[in-house]
Design a binder for this molecule. Structure first.
Ligand code: ZN
Length: 182
């Protein structure tokens, strides 16, 4: 009888260990290796997508979009995972866990979510790969994870970023937005 209890105890411990291991490896704690972001304009139309992947200590963003105004445009990560049209103000300011000023050329900068401009062709399409060394996909537990605090938003602006004017680089209206959530 004693031996049976011992076997039972070992069996229960084993099952518990399996269960806990399962919890530890669920979706919330695994680092994300690739994130696709659907981009929508102010009217709610799909204008393409962006694919985010780890690159170096940060990420690279591959934008593949259409129906945009030709010319140079700012691209930023904003701090809230909200894209309420038409003005996308719900996305909040630039993602800035390091609490710096705006602009890749600002001596007091820059925001984690600041990135280089990209160019839309005369036919309204854009294909660009832009790096951001100051954010990660990660698990969401890192302060600079794009999934931190419920996620972030990828934003395209009407104009180019001047890379120095705080807080948003004189980039004008927010014209397209995509949610970055787990
Ligand atoms: Zn900024």
């Amino acid at each position: 009888m004693k031996r049976l209890s011992l076997y039972l105890l070992i069996f229960v411990s084993f099952m518990l260990a399996l269960l806990l291991n399962g919890f530890a490896q669920d979706g919330k704690s695994k680092p994300v290796k690739k994130q696709t972001v659907e981009l929508k304009d102010a009217k709610g139309n799909n204008i393409g997508s962006a694919t985010i992947k780890p690159s170096g200590r940060g990420v690279e963003v591959k934008v593949d979009a259409k129906n945009l105004p030709p010319g140079d445009h700012a691209l930023h990560f904003h701090q809230n995972a909200k894209c309420d049209p038409p003005d996308f103000k719900s996305a909040g300011p630039h993602f800035n866990p390091d609490q710096k000023e705006h602009g890749l050329q600002n001596p007091k900068g820059h925001h984690n979510g600041d990135m280089a401009n990209f160019t839309v062709k005369p036919n309204g399409t854009a294909k660009a790969t832009i790096k951001d060394p100051d954010v990660v996909l990660g698990t969401g537990s890192e302060p600079n994870s794009l999934f931190a605090n419920g996620g972030t938003a990828l934003m395209i602006h009407a104009k180019a970023d001047d890379m120095k004017t705080d807080p948003a680089g004189n980039a004008g209206d927010r014209i397209a937005c995509g949610l970055i959530t787990k």
